[in-house]
Design a protein around this ligand. Structure first.
Ligand SMILES: Nc1ncnc2c1ncn2[C@@H]1O[C@H](COP(=O)(O)OP(=O)(O)O)[C@@H](O)[C@H]1O
Ligand SMILES: [Mg+2]
Length: 254
């Protein structure tokens, strides 16, 4: 079942074609990777789907309804979530408080800044922390977490919105390879279990080929290749623009 269908999506910045006629679909329970060198247009594409950027043209169909140009808040309400870096002001709160607030936001409960959260959605929050593997850190301040655990909490915060479509722009950036693998395995398992559709970017190609069901390759604003990981890995054009000359060599993107 197609959750997201993007058609003819384009965006320019002062004459720079950041995204050009981009089209793809993502199905329920599917992990689709969007890869490509720096400046390829991956984040621009993500930001149009998430509503942070308005497309110049094109359609973004969520369950068949066009959401292109809606505000991020409305797009989230429709079921498109994304991972974000935890903002500075939330680092001084505990892990579980962050998740409690994310659940409250989903339930459209208005919270007074600094008001005690106590048991508010505590069971659901704890379940989410269990799911992402940081349950034992529930009472730890986010500021005191190891980097890899912060990334797991960011994933939990995105899940708290119960998205049917989850956007993850470099969710494992800065992580060590083993932790990266473990987080992507978690994302894949969660997507399959929840039936959520996931679109992610990732500069570590090994991780992409290990976890993605399908891969889209962007270069200079356009999708230049697409297919199963093995097909994409073998594509000469992809090797040329992204993977480098020798097979399996990670691309130089950071
Ligand atoms: N807000 C912006 N203003 C001007 N140019 C931008 C903006 N965002 C992205 N670009 C340009 O659009 C192109 C694609 O960028 P981006 O989508 O961030 O690529 P990627 O995420 O694949 O690295 C680049 O040439 C970049 O410089
Ligand atoms: Mg980017």
């Amino acid at each position: 079942m197609t959750v997201l269908a993007v058609e003819g999506l384009s965006k320019s910045f002062d004459g720079v074609r950041a995204a050009q006629n981009v089209g793809f679909t993502v199905n329920a329970g599917e992990l689709v990777a969007l890869i490509g060198p720096n400046g390829a247009g991956k984040s621009t594409t993500f930001n149009m789907v998430g509503g942070q950027l308005k497309p110049d043209s094109g359609r973004i169909l969520l369950d068949g309804n066009d959401i292109a140009g809606l505000s991020p808040r409305l797009i989230l309400r429709r079921g498109v979530g994304r991972t974000f870096q935890i903002a500075q002001s939330f680092l001084s709160m505990t892990v579980i408080e962050n998740v409690q607030l994310a659940i409250a936001a989903r339930e459209r409960e208005t919270m007074r800044m600094g008001a005690p959260l106590r048991g508010l959605h505590a069971d659901e929050a704890q379940t989410l922390l269990d799911k992402v593997g940081v349950a034992d850190q529930a009472e730890t301040l986010v500021a005191h977490l190891a980097y890899a655990d912060i990334k797991r909490v960011e994933f939990a915060l995105a899940l708290a919105a119960r998205p049917r479509m989850l956007l993850m722009d470099e969710p494992t950036a800065g992580m060590a390879p083993a932790e990266r693998k473990s987080l992507m395995t978690l994302v894949a398992t969660t997507a399959k279990t929840n039936g959520a559709a996931v679109l992610f970017t990732e500069h570590d190609v090994a991780s992409v080929f290990a976890h993605a069901d399908r891969v889209l390759v962007m270069a200079r604003g356009e999708i230049i290749a697409r297919g199963a990981p093995d097909e994409v890995r073998a594509d000469p054009l992809v090797r040329e623009v992204y993977l480098g000359r020798s097979a399996g060599t990670p691309g130089g993107q950071r």
